[in-house]
Design a protein around this ligand. Sequence first.
Ligand SMILES: Cc1ncc(COP(=O)(O)O)c(C=O)c1O
Length: 393
Amino acid sequence: MKNFKTSNRLQAVPEQFFAKLEQKVKKAASNADRPIINLGQGSPGEPAFDHIKEALKEAADKPINDKYPPFPGFAYAREACAEFYKREYGVEIDPEKEVSLLIGGKAGLVELPQCLLNPGDIALVPDPGYPDYWSGIALAEAEMYMMPLIEENNFLPRYEDIPEDILKRAKIMFVNYPNNPTGAMVDEEFFKETIAFAKAHDICVVHDFAYGAIGFDGKRPVSYLEVEGAKENGIEIYTMSKTFNMAGWRIGFAVGNPSVIAALDLMHDHLHCGLYGGIQEAAAAALLGPQDEVREQERMYERRRNLLINGLNEIGWKVKAPQGSFFSWLKVPEGYTSEEFSDLLLEKAQVLAAPGIGFGEHGEGYVRAGLVASDEKIKEAIERIDALNLFNK
Ligand SMILES: Cc1ncc(COP(=O)(O)O)c(C=O)c1O
């Protein structure tokens, strides 16, 4: 069969580290005599809430939803996003000019660099960080400058370390708190600093708020838009995937600076025809409906966090607790790389934890364990790791 050569642009897209990891898991599963406990993934294990599914079912019977939806989305869906921000964060959003509906947060994150960057421009990227930031930058033929997130600095970037020649070419920056993969959270002060930095260097802030509904120990995740000057200097991306367990439904939205929102909407006009109306109705039901299940879920993740972190410390693996998100960032024992330790857990304990190196160079030395597995699975994973006798109790 003839093999058509892909474009240079597509060839520049980085290899999907986690697709490779999936292959490893498949292989390990076929060699193992017990099921793999997957703590490596980031897809919520719980179903979408009932009232959201009901809204979709009702919407499916409406003829208007069989037609092409309006390109920028239905007005009610954009208004629901604005109302959600008003209710949750006290932020005023103009639903017409300051909301863009997305086919999932990932789509927005990949589209943004293509909306704002030219070849040779620079995007500032957290390292470790969510790998899909890299894909959009590669598709825009732009360059990345990695901002190390290290434990000694509470996994916050140090803007003062970024060289002047980089700052001259930097046009956008990605930040993400509660953070994937480190589980770190920030306060308003951090966003004040970020805004001052971005303003001084004419950089658009893109705050990825994917885990905005998951903060522990009574600490409420802060929205970037709550801080003065945020809208002038950037946007926030919210996803329905984690807060409402709608990962498969593919819907999220961007809120903030009207020029960036207009650029995203223009991109969407050319790439696709909006989102299915039923999904928009369901998203509105999620955003405007009762939030008790969201809060209950937050407590569930906190309970699992405690189970995992206390359990691992008891078996002698001394690890620190995340402050938010549904991930734990676990330092691997001396003498192993993150990939070696992840392989060891997979082969000997049939437990998958994602190797930190997959999230960037500064992810080396850690593995990421998710809290999306059930309490029982987390307990069993701890027992299996304990049985390897790797740690001194
Ligand atoms: C940090 C972060 N941002 C964005 C996303 C994208 O989520 P979605 O495309 O489902 O909205 C994820 C998903 O795992 C994530 O972890």
